[in-house]
Design a protein around this ligand. Structure first.
Ligand SMILES: [Zn+2]
Length: 319
């Protein structure tokens, strides 16, 4: 009898946060001011208002809606920064940066909630808006921290509808950053390696992760980070998926990796703990039935999906 295997990504990535944007970025047309202005003046245009990490959400009955009308956005006064996010049909989705006091005032006056992006995502509020909010949060934060040219120190100007800053003094072009990070699950047959960072919620265990360094491939970064944090050497690995992670502007690149050693030497500065979990224990964690109350990150995070794919498929994820 043929042995049937489930597809590796048995769980849908639909619940993964910050991906799946339906907006058209029209990146090659951002320099066309008339085009962008027409889209922003479209009757169906919508605006996201952010104060750093905080999203302003309009209370519409029982719904908290982050997409404000241009008139609502104008009621907050002159924004600190405006950017074009993308097109929904012919109508723009744009984002503005407002001062924290402005967000607080809107909340105090009623009609609005002010919630940080991480909580908005974890609570499942406005899931369809998360990709646009991720773009907006990362790019607006980049504007706030790149007002001066890194080359000559003079003030820079926002151009291309908020997707580039130019220095009028030395001519340097500055583009929004994306910081690549690897996130990986080392696998030893029927068990896998999870760790706990010092900043995790109590009882939450997750994949190891770390920033890619200049001059390093993703694979080399997976091997280095796993070895540094836990002493485990990994060999072959398989790409799983990627996810923009707007805290502040990372790109998570996920792998399943084969462990070649099993003795742990934990870097206690980086981790509060690391240990092997077998698939039965993972299933209890996903079911919310772990005897010690241990759990994995929520579906909005890619770690959830990497671990779930292994819990469901075992080492076949490496095949
Ligand atoms: Zn300059």
């Amino acid at each position: 009898m043929a042995f049937m295997t489930k597809p590796i990504v048995a769980n849908s990535l639909a619940s993964l946060g910050y991906i799946g944007s339906k907006l058209d970025r029209i990146s090659e047309q951002r320099r066309d001011r008339a085009r962008i202005e027409a889209a922003m003046n479209h009757p169906d245009a919508g605006v996201y208002a952010l104060a750093g990490d905080i999203i302003l959400l309009r209370k519409r009955g029982d719904i908290l809606d982050p997409l404000l009308s241009p008139a609502e956005a104008r009621s907050f006064g002159e924004p600190l920064q405006t950017m074009f996010v993308g097109l929904a049909g012919e109508a723009a989705r744009s984002a503005i940066s407002i001062a924290p006091e402005t967000a607080e005032r809107a909340k105090a006056n009623g009609g609005y909630a002010a919630i940080d992006l991480r909580s908005v995502a974890v609570q499942g509020l406005a899931h369809q808006h998360l990709p646009a909010l991720a773009s907006a949060k990362s790019v607006l934060l980049w504007h706030a921290s790149h007002r001066f040219c890194a080359n000559c120190g003079m003030p820079t100007q926002s151009i291309e509808a908020g997707w580039r800053r130019d220095c009028p003094n030395c001519g340097e072009h500055h583009f929004p950053r994306v910081d690549p990070c690897v996130i990986m699950l080392a696998i030893d047959g029927d068990r896998c390696l999870l760790g706990r960072s010092h900043r995790f919620l109590p009882n939450m265990w997750s994949c190891l992760a770390g920033f890619v360094e200049p001059g390093e491939s993703f694979e080399e970064s997976v091997r280095r980070e796993t070895k540094e944090e836990t002493g485990i050497e990994v060999g072959e690995m398989r790409y799983f998926a990627s996810q923009p992670w707007p805290f502040p502007m990372s790109m998570m690149v996920a792998f399943h990796a084969e462990a070649k050693t099993t003795d742990l030497t934990i870097d206690w500065k980086e981790l509060e703990g690391a240990r092997w979990f077998d698939r039965d224990e993972l299933r209890l964690m996903f079911a919310g039935k772990h005897p010690d109350g241990l759990f994995v990150p929520p579906p909005v995070a890619i770690a959830h999906h990497i671990i779930r794919a292994y819990a469901e498929n075992g080492a076949a994820v490496l095949a």
